[in-house]
Design a protein around this ligand. Structure first.
Ligand code: FES
Ligand code: FES
Length: 155
């Protein structure tokens, strides 16, 4: 499979999850395991540009596909706009859920650079955070979208 632009050949157990293959096989520890059963979104990665819970995907299902993890968001030493915006808006506390939010937000902005607040909330509906409340996260995503359009929101 191709992960963050690099091709990898991995020997996996037939029941190994994509989450475990990324963390244990490739040492990509940015993707977190929260619930392990599809409820929390901490393990969100992009599979062919679509967000999936990697704890619910077998590693074998990613064979021949493109995977993007949170480690693949920054480019050429520069944070992705949603990463920058999360920092500026104080949108993380423990940060455990943050990789999943960032990946879901990136997927949203790639397919819809001009989302409404409702669309942002829908896009991150599968991501749970126990610490921050969601307003700062939503504001960060809206601001990253505005920056992408060359605008900037207040706050
Ligand atoms: S660890 Fe995959 S959804 Fe919670
Ligand atoms: S910042 Fe801690 S769970 Fe979201």
């Amino acid at each position: 499979m191709t992960v963050n632009g690099e091709r990898y050949e991995l020997l996996v157990d037939s029941r190994q999850t994509l989450l475990d293959a990324l963390r244990e096989g490739l040492s990509l520890y940015g993707t977190k395991e929260g619930c392990g059963n599809g409820n929390c979104g901490s393990c969100t990665v992009l599979l062919d540009d679509k967000p999936v819970d990697s704890c619910l995907v077998f590693a074998l299902e990613a064979d021949g596909h493109k995977v993007t993890t949170v480690e693949g968001l920054a480019k050429d030493g520069r944070l992705h706009p949603v990463q920058q915006s999360f920092m500026e808006h104080g949108s993380l506390q423990c940060g455990f859920c943050t990789p999943g939010f960032l990946v879901s937000a990136k997927a949203l902005l790639d397919r819809n650079p001009n989302p409404t607040e409702h669309e942002v909330r829908l896009a991150i509906a599968g991501n749970l955070c126990r610490c921050t409340g969601y307003d700062k996260i939503v504001r960060a995503v809206m601001d990253a979208a505005a920056q992408g359009r060359g605008q900037r929101t207040a706050g």
